[in-house]
Design a protein around this ligand. Structure first.
Ligand code: ATP
Ligand code: MG
Length: 233
């Protein structure tokens, strides 16, 4: 089974008073293990809404979603939390780190929910921080780190439970272009190590890193392009 994500006819409406806002209007999408996908599209087209569904942070109004073969569209909140912790690493535009907590403890946090011992948590968090180039910043709190370093911590936190999918919603949106390149090199490495990477970006040069670019417009997929084999090499 190579499909990590298989969604059919997904819609998502939001109720605003009397009004029903139809945001996703029927999305069909298969993403295979090991793909590197970028979502693009105008502001308001539904990218974050879709990412939140893919990341099990939200559930669809209608349609089906199978994640690694498990039907998640009918799961309870508890079941979703468990599958999210195990299968998905999420990176946000605004880092979303705990402010008064060291880099090491921020990265170790998802392992608490996974029930790992303190020794195991600290060892693994240190290893992950080393892998994202922050071996010398483990005891720093977020306000003692640069934007790029904060995002590295967030990437480390996303990777710590060895998820099958990394989802990143505009991970370079708050970073300058040099730091963006560093973060994208990190995503390239994560992908090269065999992970499925899915990100949202407004920038074509960031999307260039992906092997497949999906463009959303007004809640539907407007274009879905895979790069040719030559381009990937
Ligand atoms: N909780 C909500 N209640 C009502 N409307 C919502 C809600 N969440 C999102 N929307 C609406 O859904 C539409 C899509 O929002 P979404 O955040 O998915 O866009 P986006 O493509 O990620 O845009 P951006 O590029 O600006 O991040 C917007 O028009 C937004 O107002
Ligand atoms: Mg968004």
């Amino acid at each position: 089974m190579n499909n990590v994500i298989d969604i059919k006819g997904i819609t998502r409406n939001f109720q605003l008073g009397q009004e029903t806002v139809k945001v996703l209007k029927g999305i069909d999408l298969i993403i295979e293990k090991g793909e590197y996908v970028a979502f693009m599209g105008p502001s308001g087209s539904g990218k974050s809404t879709l990412m939140n569904l893919l990341g099990c942070l939200d559930t669809p109004t209608s349609g089906s979603y199978s994640l690694n073969g498990a039907d998640v569209s009918t799961m309870t909140d508890d079941q979703l939390a468990e599958i999210r912790n195990k299968e998905i690493g999420f990176v946000f535009q605004t880092f979303n780190l705990l402010p008064r907590t060291t880099a090491l403890d921020n990265v170790a946090l998802p392992m608490i929910y996974a029930g790992k011992s303190k020794t195991e948590r600290n060892e693994r968090a240190a290893e992950v921080l080393k892998n994202v180039g922050l071996a010398d910043r483990m005891d720093h709190k977020p306000n003692q780190l640069s934007g790029g370093q904060r995002q590295r911590v967030a990437v480390g936190r996303a990777l710590v439970n060895k998820p099958s999918i990394i989802l990143a919603d505009e991970p370079t949106g708050n970073l300058d272009s040099k730091t963006s390149v560093e973060i994208m090199n990190l995503f390239d490495e994560i992908h090269a190590a065999g992970n499925t990477v899915i990100l949202v970006t407004h920038e074509e040069d960031i999307a260039e890193h992906a092997h497949r670019v999906i463009r959303l417009r007004d809640g539907i997929i407007e274009k879905d392009e895979r790069k040719s084999f030559q381009n990937i090499q």
